[in-house]
Design a protein around this ligand. Structure first.
Ligand code: PRX
Length: 650
């Protein structure tokens, strides 16, 4: 059975449809629906066409080698991602075009033309080399949303050193786990970053993480806030500005095999240990390039803003690699949407004349709650296309976004994908697709999705099942770093040779896909992916806790909120102070985004006779619902007692 976290019944009653306007269609990068059939007939030729638009040092011999579950794309080809994102644009007028427009939270700003980006990436790439970084070495990046972040990524790509970006909200312990798993030699950080008027202590977190990360030889530090100069450790730490000061202005890009690793990105899975998702070079670039071009309908004169943090895959694919491979102007903002006031996003749109905005439903729901007065303060008429990502969008939020931000004339592309998929797989094409609020609509051309039941049979229209992808796609993950068994087990064992997404979905009569949320133990909090097991291990790490179980509870703004059910050790009495302590403990262990909304004390946790915790029943308790089937429980009184204690909260 697929458990739904969204309310599918209300979604499927949604009958408003939004066909593309003639005006949009007439200028769209792709407007002929025949492309779906064509791509289906010969997906390899379809992808190869996009690959032809990029610059290769040596052309590929084969588009695809598929030996399930291992795919190789564009084999025999030699290519460099940084060359395609930068150098490729230098021989035309794009050389002087803004590649990156950046705004810091305090209001400082910088614009990098493609030429500027070229110079800064080359200088930093040379700096990395001078520190002994060689092709194949992993480099961890733990930076705020400042230009040095994409510059560092592109410099790594230039010299063939895979990067592993760790989101700035993660704790010291989370950095340590990721550094140790990737065996990085170098970590790049900043003294701090600005967020909601305060400073995030990035350097401090790195310093703490290094106690127990023996692979790290050097720490490169960007001077962003200037408040932690005394933290520099002689011999180990080097300032970014010192490192690049005397470096040559050019650096030859390393010709990489298509299948060389471009980056590693850790994401949460069903167990407590984060998985290192491996993305490679040629296919990833082709996939992000193609989807950016068609889904965002990107044009030379667009000013494109994806509000994600580059610490997540959305930022990798759709702030950095996809847009820059297209020669676009991509915007980056460092801080919070409510600083100094709740109109910051709208002020940025008006200020830079942003034409394409890509954000998360959780942000849209927050803006809805804040009210229309904030967008109304600014002229948003430059916008021509809107996008969403990261979680299901409820039709109310979709329509609000369309109306209040898009002024009723911008298509909204709801894009479904995952860290593992590397690129968007299900989404409207804005010049073709009739939009339905709440539905991600259709698989991208060349992508074959199917909804299967437990036995692996396709389910018919309207029925819920597991979303699977039947054929390989260019930007798909290639492995889990250092853990091929888990790769096979997790994604390819349920239906051999078919990719298991761990998402539930339905298809309606018109062939539109409706995503229903995760079917595993992953919680989606404000479009951030967190595993119940990670939070549980953080809770039981506290000496007062005997046992813990976490669930994602439906939340109006965040999509889901974390609730921890905790059994305390015998001599400990549950108090508000302990609740606060446990929440803080999770923040220290994982990071602020994993802070539980609620902690409930339980005398015992509901378990089956074989000892498995029944989280489904805990969700019923937390969401104030009647309890589901309790017959498999060892002792139904346990959950009845919890219901009595906490069940009336809703
Ligand atoms: O459950 C799906 C949800 O986010 C999960 C992937 O999370 P992550 O790897 O962090 O990547 C997020 C950004 C690509 C998916 O398994 N998800 C993502 N986009 C959507 C979505 N759920 C519904 N609709 C979407 N558009």
């Amino acid at each position: 059975m697929v458990e739904s976290t969204g309310n599918i019944e209300s979604l499927l009653q949604e009958d408003r449809v939004f066909p593309p306007t003639e005006q949009f269609k007439s200028q769209a990068n792709i407007s002929d629906p025949k492309i779906y059939e064509e791509a289906l007939k010969d997906p390899e030729a379809f992808w190869a066409k996009f690959a032809e638009e990029l610059d290769w040092f040596k052309k590929w011999d084969k588009v695809l080698e598929w030996d399930p579950p291992y795919a190789k794309w564009f084999t025999g080809g030699k290519i460099n991602v940084s060359y395609n994102c930068i150098d490729r644009h230098l021989s035309s007028a794009r050389r002087n075009k803004a590649a990156l427009i950046w705004e810091g939270e305090p209001g400082d700003r910088q614009v990098y033309t493609y030429w500027d980006l070229y110079r800064e990436v080359c200088r930093f790439a040379n700096g990395l080399k001078s520190l002994g970084v060689e092709k194949g070495d992993r480099v961890t990046i733990y930076l705020p949303m400042i230009p040095e972040l994409p510059i560092a990524m592109l410099a790594c790509a230039r010299i063939g050193a895979p990067h592993s970006v760790v989101f700035g909200g993660f704790s010291a312990e989370s950095i340590r786990d990721r550094v140790n798993d990737s065996q990085s030699k170098i970590i790049i950080t900043a003294d701090g970053g600005y967020r909601r008027g305060g400073i995030i202590e990035l350097k401090q977190n790195v310093d703490e993480s290094l106690d127990g990360s023996p692979s790290i030889e050097k720490v490169v530090v960007v001077r962003r806030t200037g408040h932690a100069d005394d933290r520099m450790v002689e011999g180990r730490d080097v300032w970014w500005h010192d490192l690049v000061a005397d470096q040559p202005l050019t650096c030859e890009p390393e010709p990489m095999d298509s299948e060389d690793m471009l980056y590693l990105l850790y994401t949460s899975g069903t167990t407590g240990k984060p998985k290192g998702i491996v993305h490679t070079t040629g296919g990833y670039l082709v996939g992000t390039y193609a989807t950016t071009k068609w889904i965002f309908d990107l044009k030379e004169e667009d000013v494109y803003w994806c509000t994600a943090d580059i610490g997540w895959v959305t930022g990798h694919s759709y702030i950095v690699y996809g847009p820059l491979a297209n020669g676009a102007t991509t915007v980056m903002y460092e801080g919070s949407p409510d600083y100094p006031d709740r109109d910051r996003f709208w002020a940025i749109i008006a200020k830079y004349g942003i034409t394409i905005l890509y954000t998360a439903p959780t942000a849209i729901r927050t803006f809805m709650r804040w009210g229309e007065e904030y967008p109304q303060r600014h002229n948003l008429s430059s916008l021509r296309l809107l996008g969403t990502v990261g979680e299901p969008i409820n039709p109310e939020a979709w329509v609000w976004y369309w109306q209040n931000i898009g002024g009723g004339n911008c298509p909204v592309v709801d894009t479904w994908w995952q860290t593992e998929t590397g690129m968007i797989l299900i989404s409207p094409l804005p010049g073709i697709t009739t939009l339905k609020p709440g539905s991600a609509t259709r698989p991208f051309p060349g992508i074959e999705a199917e909804i299967l039941d437990d036995a692996g049979n396709p389910v018919g229209p309207g029925a819920g099942g597991y979303l699977t992808i039947k054929k390989p796609w260019p930007a798909m993950l290639r492995n889990l770093y250092g853990d091929p068994d888990r790769y096979k087990e997790h994604y390819w064992s349920r239906y051999p040779g078919i990719y298991f997404t761990a998402d539930g979905a339905k298809v309606d009569e018109d062939g539109n896909y409706w995503l229903l949320g995760r079917v595993d133990d992953v919680i989606n909090v404000s479009a951030h992916r967190i595993s119940t097991m990670e939070v549980e291990s953080a809770l039981v790490d506290n000496p007062k806790v005997a046992e813990a179980a976490c669930i994602g509870k439906s939340h109006e703004i965040k999509g889901q909120a974390i609730v921890g059910f905790v059994t305390l050790k015998d001599n400990v009495v549950g108090t508000d102070e302990i609740i606060a302590e446990l929440k803080q403990h999770v923040v220290t262990k994982i990071g602020a985004m994993a802070r539980p909304d609620d902690i409930y004390f339980a005398a015992e946790l509901p378990k089956t006779r074989s000892g498995k915790i029944m989280r489904r029943l805990l969700r019923d308790v937390a969401e104030g619902r009647a309890l589901g089937d309790t017959t498999t429980l060892a002792d139904p009184a346990v959950v009845e007692a919890l219901k009595e204690q906490y069940g009336e909260e809703e």
